[in-house]
Design a protein around this ligand. Structure first.
Ligand SMILES: CSC[C@H]1O[C@H](OP(=O)(O)O)[C@H](O)[C@@H]1O
Length: 367
């Protein structure tokens, strides 16, 4: 998407033909800065410390991390080690495993002398495929927004609530939850977005609001606990979120707090949709609550806040009493029964095993 007139993807191959550029998302919204990844460790740290985040972007970064690793050593052992290092960075987003398996499929059969070029090629393909997938999700979700707009008074905005950041910053471009929003906005359909701030890392307040602002999409940042109230008062027409892993049966793992939004949506008869690129489907998992590993992140993400002072400096403060412990589960699971539909690159799919298998038959065989 564009930032001040310049088109960016979230990850790119630099002109040197081997180092990889990313946006350091930990500095947004106050500082827009890019970083070059030059080693496997750079890529692993970028994922682990959330310089890049979002399931599809984590997968793309891992793919390039393999390419960076093989530049030094393209042996079977080096490939296996690099795969293990990257797999260990974050446990929940399935795109990480998916991307590493994609790289393994291409690279293992090759002679080591052919692996570096093939690794960069497959990593670039994964990025291009992600952009295409998300554009298709955008087109499929646009139809949902158009249908709601058609029932509203002329000019009245469709109010979409979203949680965390499933925007272009979470993918290579377009986003998943935001792709339909951008396409509706670009098509001139009045749309307004309620942006959950999404504690503790505030991906909504810091990233989604930043993205929407740069694209001129009307939006309002809200505290995470306001969504149910807005739904009760008829201010939300549609909820669209992203996902980090969706099971073969349609259970949706996403940023902590998503489940509560789904419950409030169900209680108020508001459709709850999920932007779901097919690499985010885990066909090896049936029950999301019992089988998906939920990342526990550092308590400091709860106890400390980083922002810009009135003097314009970036500062971090502690907001908890000394000695008060904090828990920080980073994701939760929304049962398929609360999901109105999965917005995939192959259209809207019901959140159940049969519909998912029908939509992606080629994926089911390999699970
Ligand atoms: C399109 S995937 C976006 C997904 O990833 C986010 O998690 P994190 O920022 O911790 O990587 C969040 O769950 C988003 O919905």
């Amino acid at each position: 998407m564009k930032v001040d007139g310049t088109h960016y993807r979230t990850i790119w191959l630099n002109d040197d033909g081997w180092s990889v550029g990313i946006i350091d998302q930990t500095r947004l919204p106050h500082v827009f800065t890019t970083v070059d990844l030059k080693t496997l460790d750079d890529a692993a740290r970028a994922i682990r410390d959330m310089w890049v985040r979002g399931a599809p972007l984590i997968g793309a970064t891992a793919a390039y991390g393999i390419a960076l690793a093989l530049r030094d050593d393209a042996s079977d052992t080096a490939l296996a080690t690099a795969t293990d290092v990257l797999l260990a960075t974050r446990p929940t987003a399935i795109n990480l495993r998916w991307a590493l398996e994609e790289m393994e499929k291409v690279l293992s059969p090759l002679d080591p002398t052919e692996r570096v070029a093939a690794a960069y090629k497959r990593a670039a393909e994964i990025c291009d495929e992600d952009v295409e997938i998300n554009a298709a999700i955008g087109r499929a979700g646009l139809a949902l927004i158009e249908a709601i707009a058609a029932k509203k008074p002329e000019g009245e905005a469709v109010n979409v609530l979203t949680h965390c950041n499933a925007g272009w910053l979470a993918t290579v471009d377009w986003g998943t939850a935001t792709a339909p929003i951008y396409m509706a906005h670009n098509a001139g359909i009045p749309v307004h977005v309620w942006v959950d701030e999404t504690r503790p890392r505030n991906q909504g307040a810091s990233l989604t609001a930043w993205e929407l602002g740069h694209h001129g999409v009307p939006h309002t940042v809200i505290v995470d606990n306001a969504g149910g109230h807005l739904m009760q008062h008829g201010k939300v027409d549609l909820v669209i979120t992203g996902t980090d892993r969706t099971t073969a049966t349609g259970d949706v793992c996403n940023k902590i707090g998503t489940y509560l939004k789904a419950l409030a949506a169900a209680d108020n008869g508001i459709p709850f949709y999920v932007g779901l690129p097919s690499p985010t489907i885990d066909f090896r998992v049936e029950d999301g609550v019992s089988e998906i590993p939920i990342e526990e992140r550092a308590m400091e993400e709860v106890s400390r806040l980083t922002g810009r002072t009135d003097a314009g400096e970036i500062a971090t403060i502690t907001i908890l009493p000394d000695g008060s412990p904090a828990a920080n589960p980073a994701f939760d699971v929304t049962p398929a029964r609360l999901v109105a539909g999965l917005i995939t690159e192959r259209g809207i799919v019901d959140a159940n095993r049969e519909a998912i298998a029908r939509a992606f038959p080629e994926r089911v065989e390999i699970s």
